[in-house]
Design a protein around this ligand. Sequence first.
Ligand SMILES: *Cc1c(COP(=O)(O)O)cnc(C)c1O
Length: 228
Amino acid sequence: MHILNKEELRTNLDKVIWNIEKARITVSEHHIVKLVTVGKYTPIENISTLYELGQRAFGENQIQQLKERMSTLEDLPLEWHMIGSLQKNKINNLIDLRPSLMHSLDSISLAQELNKKLLNKNQKMFCLLQINTSKEKSKSGVPSEQAFDIFQEIKNSCSHINLKGVMSIGANTQNTKEIQKNFEETHHIYQSLSKDGAKICSMGMSGDYELAIKCGSNLVRVGSAIFK
Ligand SMILES: *Cc1c(COP(=O)(O)O)cnc(C)c1O
């Protein structure tokens, strides 16, 4: 991917924001959707330019890249999201970065390890439980049938994890009906967890964010549609 100029990025960002606006209005005037732009494929220059255009929240899926970008751009008031699978041997690195939100808590054992290390460092972390509604082997996340119980268990046993909701990745298919079914399932689980403090339903990427919003997503993670 290449460096885009400000006008190109403005065009792409405006288009995504406008599409989000149209989709969210079909849900409700009060349905507010947060945009996290995913810079993982793009040169860091595009992130600074996007900041100049008003974007604040950025996501990365690799600890090393997250770390480099956070430190290079540390003078900018950005919000950083970890959206990729976390290996257990990188937990301390993530904690030290103090991300705004960790989207990809994908097992009880990862939650327990993370909690233990947060305790050691006397820190807390906002996290989402990743659910694998599409059941694709290539995707991480807890099975949807167990998501409700696992959410409760993490909530009750991990004092230093502040569990704020759920995250899911749409099925890797052209079949919109199937993607929609997965999003609806994730949203259903999210709603059942609202009394337990779930406030964020993170779903939707470049190919399916409008559909995700119509299914109730209130946070979309968009990369290639902006940095193309
Ligand atoms: C890469 C990535 C995105 C963004 O994907 P695009 O299709 O480029 O918008 C969103 N979420 C996760 C977890 C990702 O890894």
